[in-house]
Write a protein that binds this ligand. Structure first.
Ligand SMILES: CC(C)(COP(=O)(O)OP(=O)(O)OC[C@H]1O[C@@H](n2cnc3c(N)ncnc32)[C@H](O)[C@@H]1OP(=O)(O)O)[C@@H](O)C(=O)NCCC(=O)NCCS
Length: 278
């Protein structure tokens, strides 16, 4: 069963099924059928029999974030996601994986549960309805033979619907390819442009108000088009000095939006920003 609107990624929800990791107590706060898409597997992190699946989630993280140099320890999953919030993603039953795919996951012959192909992790913030996006992973690039293009975008969009997110915040690196996904949700308000508090200071903090239209746009609904301001500033994704200047302006009261996806020009990643009039 797919989404109630057509998208260019419908093949994904036909091939893969959703899972959610959450405690029994938090489960009531979740929409188990976001956009009418039923959740097939619920995994309770406080149960011993969830251990094998949670190991596979960590393996998914290692396969995707490992090469980026930011793999998560297991306690980070537990403390920052599974107990306070949710993990949402798409999976396949183990018996539908090839031997090579099972080997990559280190999935033992006796395991018959779901194997995660994507996940979205968000943490509830103090303000009601506000969430911080903590982790997005997709095996699209790892399993090209499965043609999973769009999986990262669809996973984040449906997860935000399932979690009931109203105001979204996230942090990512200016050179991250994930910005192609994040900008599908509409213009992004920039809170920090240069972030010494992060392990990688060339990180931006961004946010947007979540609407069904922004989620449908990210899912690939061709009937949706979002309004975006014209860019007034162009930022090279490798130019730390320029990031620091924008950060100083923000700290002085300036307001910036990222208006759309970056573009690649001569091997450089160029971001289109709009500085809002004072
Ligand atoms: C980043 C990640 C989640 C992407 O997953 P994915 O399933 O490939 O993502 P999607 O297919 O939904 O979207 C990727 C988009 O980027 C676009 N893209 C990627 N590289 C691009 C490039 N060099 N130029 C133009 N577009 C590019 C793709 O075309 C696609 O957009 P489209 O759907 O409009 O065609 C995945 O590669 C991953 O897990 N990476 C490691 C962890 C990570 O960096 N997570 C994000 C942290 S914020």
């Amino acid at each position: 069963m797919g989404l109630p609107f057509s998208t260019r990624n419908d093949a994904l929800t036909e091939q893969l099924s959703p899972f959610v990791v959450t405690t029994r107590d938090n489960r009531g706060a979740l929409d188990p059928e976001p956009f009418g898409l039923p959740t097939r597997w619920f995994i309770d992190p406080t149960r011993r029999d969830s251990g094998a699946f949670l190991d596979l989630l960590q393996r998914l993280d290692a396969l995707t974030f490992g090469p980026e140099g930011m793999p998560m320890d297991k306690w980070v999953f537990y403390d920052c996601a599974e107990l306070p919030g949710f993990i949402y993603g798409f999976a396949l039953p183990a018996e539908e994986l090839s031997q090579a795919e099972r080997d990559l996951f280190g999935c033992g012959a006796g395991y018959t549960g779901p194997v995660p192909f994507s996940m979205y992790v968000a943490i509830p913030m103090f303000e009601s309805g506000a969430w911080f996006g903590h982790n997005l992973a997709s095996l699209n690039a790892t399993f090209p033979h499965r043609q999973l293009g769009g999986l990262g975008s669809v996973t984040k969009a449906i997860a935000l619907k399932a979690f009931g997110v109203q105001t979204f915040f996230g942090a990512t690196q200016w050179l991250s390819k994930a910005l192609f996904i994040h900008t599908k949700f509409g213009p992004l308000d920039i809170t920090t442009a240069y972030t010494p508090a992060h392990s990688i200071p060339e990180t931006l903090t961004y946010g947007f108000t979540v609407t069904d239209v922004s989620l449908r746009s990210a899912c690939g609904d061709p009937t949706v088009s979002l309004e975006r301001p014209d860019p007034t500033v162009h930022l090279d994704g490798a130019d730390s000095e320029a990031m620091m200047k924008i950060q100083a302006d923000i700290e002085g009261g300036g307001a910036y939006q990222m208006v759309g996806a970056p573009s690649f020009q001569g091997g450089r990643s160029i971001h289109r920003l709009a500085r809002r009039a004072d």
